[in-house]
Design a protein around this ligand. Structure first.
Ligand SMILES: Nc1ncnc2c1ncn2[C@@H]1O[C@H](COP(=O)(O)OP(=O)(O)OP(=O)(O)O)[C@@H](O)[C@H]1O
Length: 165
């Protein structure tokens, strides 16, 4: 069997900068990482059925199992996810037990999140704020990154240096 891959989980609200930082890690790590993002899973939904846990309650569990399959077959994976409550965190812990997992808190002050949401224009205003209370609640992290304290490549470099990847 292949050596199992490493897993870096980036958890944070919408607009906290997860995808941007993940892409920078991919570009600057000395190792090859695939990006497995919740956005890509929501992109699979058909027209007319809104993405989200109401219509697809097991989608984050499916993502966790997909990450497990990738790592089991030797792929390093960065996961870009929004836990929103302990259910998904617990599912990830259960599914990825025994794997080399680093859990990174990606956060950003509300004032900056609101500015980013406005600038992007592709996220419903207030989405990030609605996730703020639940996204990190009860989660034990290996590392915390404030994406308002440095640009995305500096944030990624902090992660690369800390994890030595
Ligand atoms: N230091 C930073 N790190 C990451 N992103 C930043 C940073 N500073 C500004 N941004 C900007 O924040 C915006 C949101 O970034 P991104 O799409 O990566 O967030 P996200 O957490 O993946 O959001 P979503 O969950 O809604 O997909 C982007 O326009 C990005 O350029």
């Amino acid at each position: 069997m292949n050596k199992t891959g490493k897993i870096i989980v980036l958890n944070g609200t919408s607009s906290s900068g997860k995808t941007t930082v993940a892409r920078e890690i991919q570009s600057n790590s000395s190792e090859i990482y695939l990006l497995c993002s919740l956005d890509a899973f929501w992109d699979m939904t058909p027209h007319g059925i809104p993405a989200g846990s109401v219509n697809f309650p097991n989608m984050k569990l499916a993502l966790a199992r997909s990450v497990k399959a990738l790592a089991e077959t030797g792929h390093n994976v960065i996961v870009d996810i929004i836990f929103c409550g302990l259910k998904t965190y617990n599912e990830f812990k259960q599914e990825l037990k025994g794997f080399n997992v680093s859990l990174i808190k990606i956060y950003c002050p509300l004032e900056e999140l609101i500015k980013r949401e406005l600038a992007r224009g592709d996220r419903k205003p207030g989405l990030a704020e609605s996730q703020l209370d639940s996204v990190h609640s009860g989660v034990i992290y290996d590392l915390s990154i404030n994406t308002s304290a440095g640009n995305s490549s500096e944030c990624a470099q902090n992660i690369i240096n800390s994890l030595r990847v």
